[in-house]
Ligand binder design. Structure first.
Ligand SMILES: *Cc1c(COP(=O)(O)O)cnc(C)c1O
Length: 495
């Protein structure tokens, strides 16, 4: 059966999968959601014998039903190849009592590569299928990792341009260096004086400005999105939770059908939503543990049913989770609102006008699969040291938030279900924060001295992504005020 996509803000707007990928965002800033969640149609035992690419195909074919088998296999095999530094693509390592699902083996060493290495192929295939003649302009807001992964994916892809906005003072030094050294004539990177929420709001505004869309079309352009609001990012992310289950069965950690819990360090709610979709597909996933840093808007929401972004935006050592408007939560809200575009739209209107919305008790009762927790800055640093001392394993700051929240979860619930912790970035991406957590004396050293020291104490080779930026020239120097984002887009496109 063909799967169509509906808008979370208008029950009458439906599109095919390839159209949803092309457009990125639905009208009136709605998000596309599948009209139903398909069930996995291979056995868990068969899954445990599949490669990453085979697993991805089994998932993608169910969600992207207007793609042919040949198209999907082309996209999958082009994405998950030697750009990844290990054959498993998303290996699991068991350390200090938890299974860490390492999602950072792609070319920019954060989990964003899992989806952004395939998105350019899905998008250009979608354009072809829909006879799009316009050049596609990927407009992206980043809290640090999406930007680089999207740039790497789209650099020099014919028929595309990519523009990335990042918070000038809100990303790690390595994250910034990775972005501003990006090559490719079709790439444009701009720092903004605001925070991530400002960047995301500015991008969404340009998307939903129909008059601006007309001006672009006249010049032969159309926008699409590389943010996790694009279902072309969300669907590939489901694959690694399915693959993780298969891996644990293969490793003898789980018997077929035995449940696992999943812990996800969360910002925009894309990664954990993918895990939820995997559960709805029938994978034996029990709890979805949502880990936040000091920007704990999601923790408060799961506790109280009230989403309140009116609070101080805190800059933390896990910058990719410094977010107060968690976009993908809207897809969950839509679901628990009985898939009513009207109810969801009213809540989102309240969010944009007052910064707050509150769900009913009935809706809240549908969130029992989720458990929210958070880790403070001190707890995050402490757990990095603890895992290193116990297991010689160095985790990044985001993964550490998840590791700490998992410890709190076990302490509170005594639940001993085997767990997968989504390990979302290489520690090399946040070297200074990670090394300071292990020993504050490291703060004296330069960024690249710390890189070499990290390699020495962990025994993990310095990733190519880091070697590449040691000496790379800075190619992007533009910084603009939040209000001027549109002007920068116009300038780059010459319109
Ligand atoms: C983006 C990111 C997150 C948050 O993921 P969401 O899908 O936005 O919830 C967590 N950790 C790292 C390292 C990231 O880059």
């Amino acid at each position: 059966m063909d799967l169509i996509y509906k808008s979370t803000r208008n029950d009458n707007e439906t599109v095919t999968a390839s159209e949803a990928i092309l457009y990125g965002l639905a009208k009136e800033s709605g998000l596309y959601v599948p009209s139903f969640i398909p069930k996995m149609d291979v056995s868990l035992e068969d899954l445990s014998k599949m490669s990453y690419q085979e697993t991805a195909y089994e998932v993608l074919k169910l969600f992207l039903t207007d793609f042919t088998e040949e198209e999907l296999k082309y996209c999958i095999n082009s994405a998950y190849d030697s750009k990844f530094d290990c054959e498993e693509i998303a290996p699991i390592v068991k350390r200090d009592g938890a299974n860490y699902l390492e999602l950072f083996h792609g070319s920019t060493i954060a989990f964003k590569d899992m989806a952004l290495s395939i998105l350019p192929y899905l998008l250009t295939t979608s354009a072809k299928k829909n006879n799009v003649k316009n050049e596609i302009v990927i407009l992206t807001a980043t809290s640090g990792d999406t930007g680089k992964a999207a740039l790497a994916g789209f650099a020099d892809v014919p028929g595309t341009k990519i523009i990335v906005f990042y918070p000038k003072n809100g990303v790690s030094p390595i994250q910034e260096k990775q972005m501003v050294t990006q090559r490719g004539a079709n790439t444009h990177v701009i720092g903004i004086t605001g925070n991530f929420d400002d960047a995301q709001t500015g991008v969404k505004k340009m998307f939903s400005d129909a008059a601006f869309g007309d001006i672009l079309a006249e010049a032969g352009y159309q926008f699409s999105s590389a943010n996790s609001i694009n279902i072309g990012r969300l669907v590939p992310q489901i694959a690694y939770y399915v693959y993780a289950y298969g891996t644990l069965v293969k490793n003898g950690e789980l018997a077929c059908g035995e449940p696992m819990n999943v812990v996800v360090p969360t910002g925009n709610f894309g990664n954990i939503l993918a895990a939820y979709y995997a559960k709805l597909m029938g994978m034996p996933i029990a709890k979805l543990i949502c880990a936040s840093n000091d920007n704990k808007v999601l923790y408060d929401f799961f506790e109280t049913g009230r989403y309140d972004r009116n609070r101080e935006f805190v800059l933390t050592t896990s910058p990719s989770m410094d977010i107060l408007i968690s976009s993908n939560l809207e897809r969950l809200i839509y679901k628990i609102a009985g898939e009513s575009g009207e109810t969801n739209k009213a809540l989102m209107k309240s969010l944009s006008e007052t910064g707050v919305y509150e769900i009913t008790d009935e809706m809240k009762a549908e969130l029992s699969d989720f458990w929210g927790g958070y880790a403070t800055e001190a707890e995050t640093a402490q757990v990095i040291k603890e895992v290193y001392d116990n297991a010689g394993y160095i985790i990044d700051t985001h993964t550490a938030v998840a590791a700490k929240v998992y410890k709190k979860y076990v302490a509170e619930t005594a639940d001993t279900t085997p767990v997968v912790i989504a390990s979302t970035a290489s520690p090399y991406k946040f070297t200074r924060s990670v090394m300071n957590a292990i020993d504050p004396a490291y703060d004296e050293k330069s960024d690249f001295e710390l890189v070499d020291e990290l390699s020495r104490i962990s025994g993990v080779k310095v990733p190519q992504a880091i070697e590449d930026i040691r000496t790379a020239p800075v190619l992007h120097k533009t910084v603009c005020e939040t209000e001027d984002m549109r002007k920068e887009v116009e300038k780059f496109l010459g319109i």
